[in-house]
Design a protein around this ligand. Structure first.
Ligand code: ADP
Length: 187
């Protein structure tokens, strides 16, 4: 049985990788497909994301990496896949994922969505969290595969954050306050 694991993977995290590894034990083949979503403005190009996923899944023999710009079910049908693989972390994921699974079922009755519950250690982990940390110069090596950590560092090194605005006057030490007229003190 072939399973398609669709997503943005912007970038792939250890949470995604955990779902892929477990999927590989359940299915003959897992096709990780980067969906091109015109409504999102990703940090990495589709090509870069494909490279990142390929490098991160080198140790798995039954993984294939691809991209697609249409409906997931159309892609799954094209690949003769019987399963769409998705991950579940928190309750808010469940609402969105269930709606998507039901919608996909109306589009293609023969394709089932299979959810894997996140492993405990990755239940907090998302691509946006990784980007948020990296943007402020924090370490992400424990959250993403090594090639991705390198890419993110390079990406934010090229586009440094705008300079921090000067602190509001209320935060300046007394010695640095400009000479403003003092309020009239009571006699
Ligand atoms: P999308 O934009 O389709 O949500 P993502 O790349 O954010 O793409 O996620 C792809 C799939 O991987 C989703 O089903 C998401 O719930 C799942 N996923 C993401 N992070 C984790 C994680 N830490 N643990 C388990 N599943 C995850």
């Amino acid at each position: 049985m072939i399973a398609v694991y669709p997503g943005s993977f912007d970038p792939i995290t250890f949470g995604h990788l955990d779902v892929i590894e477990r999927g590989c034990r359940l299915f003959d083949q897992v096709v990780v497909v980067v969906l091109q979503n015109p409504n999102k403005s990703p940090l990495f190009t589709v090509e870069r994301r494909l490279e990142q996923i390929t490098l991160s899944t080198r140790h798995l023999s039954n993984v294939e990496v691809d991209s697609y710009g249409g409906l997931t079910v159309t892609y799954a049908r094209m690949r003769n896949a019987g399963v769409l693989l998705r991950g579940l972390r928190v309750l808010s994921d469940f609402e969105k994922e269930l709606q998507m699974a039901h919608t996909n079922k109306t589009l293609s009755d023969e394709i089932e969505t299979v959810f894997l519950a996140t492993s405990n250690e990755y239940s907090f982990l998302s691509s946006s969290l990784v980007k948020e940390i990296a943007k402020f110069g924090g370490p992400v090596d424990h959250l993403v595969p090594q090639p991705v950590a390198l890419d993110i560092r390079q990406c934010y090194a090229k586009t440094p954050l705008p300079p921090t605005p000067t602190p509001a006057m209320g935060m300046l030490p007394m010695s640095e306050l400009p000479n403003l007229p003092l309020e009239k003190q009571p006699e």
